[in-house]
Each structure stands twice: as structure tokens, then as C-alpha cells.
Design a binder for this molecule. Structure first.
Ligand code: ADP
Length: 463
């Protein structure tokens, strides 16, 4: 396995180990001169017995044998350095042996440093509360820490070398691993304990290696579920008493309009009724949001989007009370797959917001058409607009730019949160563009796999 890339000594090559003042050409000529000297000495000695050529040949052969001996020693050293140490030699061989020994010493130092770094890295990762698993090129396990052992039920050494998808056999992890989109993370039950939910994240690094980070998120998910259930139950429980209160307040308001005893209470009764209506809207939105959050089942109904949009525009017109002009550009052949309630929530929330935040006389443009990503539903208005710094926070629960204005126009502060969550059920995304005093555009982008395109009856179908 690779240690983190910090200050790792690079391997030495013989060329790197050579001192700079080691010109190979000079060395060659030095060696050649030595050979010539040997041959000359041999020839001189041979001349004494009148055979200079024989003397030179004999001297050169002795020189060759000496070279061969050094070569054999070098081979023996390379094979078993501890058993056959390099001899002290003079000349070229001596220099070469010194360089080799120097290189060996540096490599040993580098190896020691690397092992130390590796040990430090393993010790620090071992102490992590999150599981860490180092994976090789094909996803095979090469190392893991104690937390990973516990969370994933890994065993050492049996599981080393086994591909991780063979051990975490949940479809969400298998798909995640095979798709290779490691920007996101995934969740799967622990193979060691099905009751524990794990969050799994993969960080690619080094040479095709990956680090799998595993975290136990069971408690966090349980808390979230408890919070959602509480909100859903509380909203549900509040609904009945509120309906009763509103029923009486409706009757009292009718009574207060006449000349009966409640006439003096006309204003307070009207205010109480308005507040009861507001509470009802709030409780309904809270319930809707809690349901959207907890219901993870994917709905695949075929939705007649054009009809749904037209119906929602009529509802928005009723809210507008003819104070706004509506324009619509709707592709009648474009349908969606998903949940009808969710789609209605998206459309009606965006439309009523456009009405509520656009002064009388403004224009509201609705469009439903094809786009590069699949299909796009957009609502654009010529209203008050939103400051750039507020845009990223609009989908937070109860986030309102102007609380007074939102309340006065019947807002709950949950509309855009509902839109965002409902869009998740369509794998769709919301984007917002706005300019203060000019208007806002809310776009919902639906991906191809959620879109259905009918063959246009007006145009011949392309084969
Ligand atoms: P609310 O019920 O308050 O409208 P939403 O979640 O629907 O809650 O919207 C959050 C806030 O975003 C609103 O309070 C308002 O300030 C701003 N907003 C939403 N839609 C528009 C719009 N079309 N034009 C201007 N501001 C908007």
C-alpha cells in the first residue's frame, strides 16, 4: 500500500549516484591506457626471451582473467549481498564497487524512512473512529483498520485480497462501486450487523488505489426518523381540534356579519378565523413535508403534466383575483413519470409564490418544454425579486426574506422546502434566478429517465 505523498525519498538510480565529476569518457581512456600499459609491460618482458607478442598476449589474458574475477564477485554480491561482500579493489572496479555500496546505503535509508512513515500512517488511521479500508486497482482489500474490522466484519488475513463488492453485497453499494461516481456517498446495512446503517465513501488516490471510509450513521438516521415522526404525528393530532375551531369560527363569523349579539365581535372573530386558517395551512404544509421526507418509495405513475399545469394555473388565477396576466407555453406531448401529489405541490407552490410576490399588473410566465437535461418546468414573474445572498437559503424551512410580507400574503415559509423535497422524488433539481425589482425565475429540471415524449400527432413520427 502507498503511504500519503509527503516527502517520500525517491529511489536512486546508478546514474544519480555517480558524482558529477565522473566523466565516462575520461574513465574509458583511463581503462584503455591501463590495458595498453599491461600489454606494453607484457611485450617488454616477452622481448627478453625474444617473444614480445607472446608476452603482450599473456599479460592481456591475465588482465582479462582479473576482470572476469571481479565480474564474478560482483554477480555473487548482487545475488547474496550479505554472504559475498564486495572486495576492496583499486581502479575502475573499486570505484564502481564504492558507488554500488553508496547506492545500497541510500536505498536502505530510504526504505527505513518509508517503513517509518507507513507505520505512522497505519497507526494514525488505526486510531480513527471511522472505518478505513485501502483498496487496490480492482477493489481488492490491501489493508484495513480496527474500526473497519468492527463495522464491516472484516477478518485479517482471510479477507485481504478479496474484492470489496464481494463482501458488502448490498445493491446500493454494488451499483455505487461499479458506477465509479465517487463524488457522492452511499448507504448500506452493515454485513456484520443488519441493524446498523453505514455511510460509505470512496476516495481515489495514488495509482488507481482507493480509500473506503465507513461511518456508522444508524443513530443519526434514527434521530432523524424520530424527529420526522414527531412532526408528522403532532401535525396530524393538531388537525382535528383545528378543524373543530375553524368550523365554529366560520359560524361565528357568519353570525357576526348580521345584527345578532356577536356583531360587536366582528373584527376579533374575523382575525381569529384568519389565524385559524393560517394554522391550518401551516399544519398541512408540515405534514406534507414530513410525508415527503419519510416516504422514500419511488412513484412511477404516468403524469399528464400539461393538464396538471393548466389546472394549477386556474387555481393560481383564483388567488390572483385577476390582478396578474398569465402566459403559458406548454408542450402537450411531454409527460413525466412520478407521483401526482408531489408534482401538484411543486407546480402550485411555485405559481402561488409568483402571484404573492408579484405586484398587481405583473406578468407570470409558465413554461413546460424539452431541455438538454430532459424537460424543464419554469415559472417566471415580474415581481419584487430576491437579493442574490438570499437565493441559496430559500429552500430552508421557514426561511423568509420578509417575514411580515410572507405572513400577510398567507405564506407558511415551507413552500420552497416542499418543492425541493418533492423534486427529489423525480431526481430533479431546482434552480433560481432573480433580480431585485425585476422579477424571479424558478426552473425545475427533470432528467431524461423521468420524461416521456409522446409522438407529436401534428408532425409525422421520425423512424
Ligand atoms: P413562503 O410561504 O414564505 O412564501 P416559501 O418557502 O414558498 O415560503 O418561500 C420562501 C421565501 O422565498 C419567501 O418568503 C419569499 O421571501 C421568497 N420567494 C419565494 N418565491 C418568490 C418569488 N416568486 N418572488 C420573490 N420572492 C420569492
Amino acid at each position: 500500500m502507498q503511504a500519503p505523498q509527503q516527502d517520500i525519498p525517491s529511489p536512486e538510480s546508478p546514474a544519480e549516484a555517480l558524482p558529477e565529476d565522473f566523466p565516462s569518457r575520461t574513465t574509458f581512456w583511463r581503462g584503455a591506457a591501463r590495458m595498453a600499459l599491461t600489454a606494453g609491460s607484457g611485450a617488454a618482458l616477452g622481448a627478453i626471451v625474444h617473444h614480445p607478442a607472446f608476452g603482450a598476449a599473456l599479460a592481456l589474458s591475465a588482465h582479462g582473467l582479473a576482470q572476469l574475477r571481479q565480474l564474478v564477485r560482483l554477480r555473487a554480491w548482487l545475488h547474496r549481498p550479505k554472504r559475498h561482500p564486495l572486495p576492496d579493489s583499486a581502479g575502475l572496479w573499486g570505484e564502481a564497487f564504492d558507488l554500488l555500496l553508496e547506492m545500497q546505503r541510500k536505498n536502505r535509508k530510504r526504505k527505513r524512512k518509508l517503513s517509518l512513515m507507513l507505520a505512522e500512517f497505519q497507526a494514525s488511521t488505526a486510531a480513527l473512529p471511522d472505518g478505513a479500508v485501502v483498496l487496490g486497482e480492482r477493489g481488492e482489500i490491501s489493508w484495513f483498520n480496527a474500526a473497519a474490522q468492527k463495522l464491516l466484519g472484516l477478518r485479517s488475513p482471510q479477507d485481504l485480497g478479496i474484492r470489496i463488492p464481494n463482501l458488502i453485497r448490498h445493491p446500493s453499494f454494488t451499483d455505487f462501486f461499479e458506477q465509479g461516481d465517487f463524488e457522492r456517498e452511499t448507504e448500506a446495512p452493515s454485513p456484520a450487523n443488519r441493524n446498523r446503517l453505514l455511510s460509505l465513501r470512496i476516495i481515489p488516490y495514488g495509482n488507481e488505489q482507493k480509500l473506503l471510509i465507513v461511518r456508522d450513521v444508524s443513530e443519526r438516521r434514527q434521530l432523524e426518523a424520530a424527529r420526522r415522526d414527531f412532526v408528522a404525528n403532532a401535525s396530524h393530532e393538531l388537525r382535528t381540534p383545528l378543524t373543530v375551531l375553524r368550523g365554529y369560527l366560520d359560524l361565528m363569523e357568519m353570525d357576526a356579519q348580521g345584527s345578532g349579539p356577536l356583531n360587536a365581535w366582528r373584527t376579533p372573530v374575523a382575525e381569529m378565523r384568519a389565524q385559524a386558517l393560517r394554522m391550518e395551512a401551516l399544519v398541512n404544509d408540515m405534514l406534507k413535508l414530513a410525508r415527503l421526507e419519510s416516504d422514500r418509495t419511488r412513484n412511477d405513475e404516468r403524469l399528464q403534466v400539461p393538464a396538471l399545469i393548466r389546472r394549477a394555473i386556474e387555481e393560481a388565477k383564483a388567488v390572483s383575483k385577476a390582478q396578474h396576466r398569465f402566459e403559458a407555453r406548454i408542450d402537450d406531448n411531454l409527460l413525466l413519470k412520478g407521483g401526482e401529489n408531489e408534482l401538484h405541490s411543486i407546480i402550485i407552490n411555485l405559481l402561488t409564490n409568483a402571484v404573492r410576490y408579484t405586484p398587481a399588473g405583473g406578468v407570470i410566465r409558465v413554461s413546460w418544454e424539452r431541455s438538454v437535461e430532459g424537460a424543464r418546468f419554469a415559472v417566471a414573474d415580474t415581481g419584487i425579486g430576491i437579493a442574490q445572498e438570499d437565493i441559496p437559503r430559500l429552500t430552508e424551512r421557514f426561511y423568509r426574506v420578509d417575514v411580515g410580507r410572507s405572513r400577510a400574503s398567507g405564506g407558511t415559509g415551507l413552500g420552497l422546502s416542499i418543492v425541493k423535497h418533492a423534486l427529489e422524488g423525480f431526481d430533479a433539481e431546482l434552480s433560481i434566478e432573480s433580480e431585485l425589482g425585476v422579477g424571479s425565475t424558478f426552473r425545475c429540471s427533470f432528467p431524461h429517465h423521468r420524461v416521456e415524449q409522446l409522438v407529436n400527432k401534428a408532425e409525422p413520427a421520425l423512424k
